[in-house]
Design a protein around this ligand. Structure first.
Ligand code: C5P
Length: 231
């Protein structure tokens, strides 16, 4: 295992992980891994190549040689994702894509095929890793593991606002049902289920706004990794 520090941030969708991780990476000058994007890209690939979402061997093959480029975001901007030459940054953000991604994410060999790819993001001076199994599996040695939670109602409202801002046409009750379905699948799968690592710090963000969550997490970083901010 590498000495390069990792901050693992896990939790269900709508807890603010993406915004917080992007902020932390910019604040620290560290690299950022949006691991959910890898599963979302596979969902786009499955659609492009007309594969069933449970076609494990075909999806593993794509995962093993994924032609993808991530461009580190500007502060406050979403990551740019180029797949096989196409900019799919917008396309991967739909709830439909998230749902397909979560169906692919239950496939054990696909998860294994993505392990090395994710670990390659661990580059100096450090990595902020956003996902579901960053603290439990991919970076189980991370010196700081944060697990974000929020009530299901609050998470659905946040996702609704976020998707609207991105220009997507969304319906709140349907979105809430899709998120619930995705959470159940993510937390009940047999391989790498969504759950906090034993040594994760659980932060409930239900009643906090994003700036309060950021402040809280910056404090945790300064307590746990006092040298990080000066790197
Ligand atoms: O985080 P995001 O919503 O982009 O993730 C999409 C889906 O990818 C999740 O619902 C989950 O099923 C899967 N995922 C995963 N492990 C990760 C990141 C995402 O299984 N580390």
């Amino acid at each position: 295992m590498s000495d390069i520090p990792v901050i693992a941030v896990d939790g269900p969708s709508g807890t603010g992980k993406g915004t917080i991780c992007s902020h932390l990476a910019t604040w620290l000058g560290w690299h950022l891994l949006d691991s959910g994007a890898l599963y979302r890209i596979l969902a786009i690939a499955a659609e492009k190549y007309e594969l069933e979402l449970n076609n494990e061997s075909a999806i593993v093959e794509i995962a093993g040689s994924l032609d993808v480029e991530f461009q580190q975001p500007q502060p406050g901007k979403d990551i740019t994702v180029i797949f096989e030459g196409d900019d799919i940054s917008q396309k991967i953000r739909t709830e439909e894509c998230g749902n397909s991604a979560s169906q692919i994410a239950v496939l054990p060999q696909v998860r294994t095929a993505l392990l090395d790819r994710q670990r390659q993001f661990q580059q100096a001076p450090g990595l902020v890793a956003d996902g579901r199994d960053m603290g439990t599996v991919v970076f189980s040695d991370a010196p700081l593991k944060i697990y974000l939670i929020a009530s299901a109602e609050e998470r659905a409202k946040r996702r609704y606002k976020q998707l609207k801002q991105k220009g997507f046409n969304v319906n709140l009750p349907r979105l809430a049902a899709e998120i619930a379905e995705r959470d159940t699948r993510d937390s009940q799968r047999t391989i790498s289920p969504l759950k906090p690592a034993d040594d994760a710090i659980v932060v409930d963000t239900t009643t906090l706004d994003i700036s309060e969550v950021i402040k809280k997490i910056e404090n945790l970083v300064q307590e746990t990794l006092p040298d990080a901010y000066s790197t």
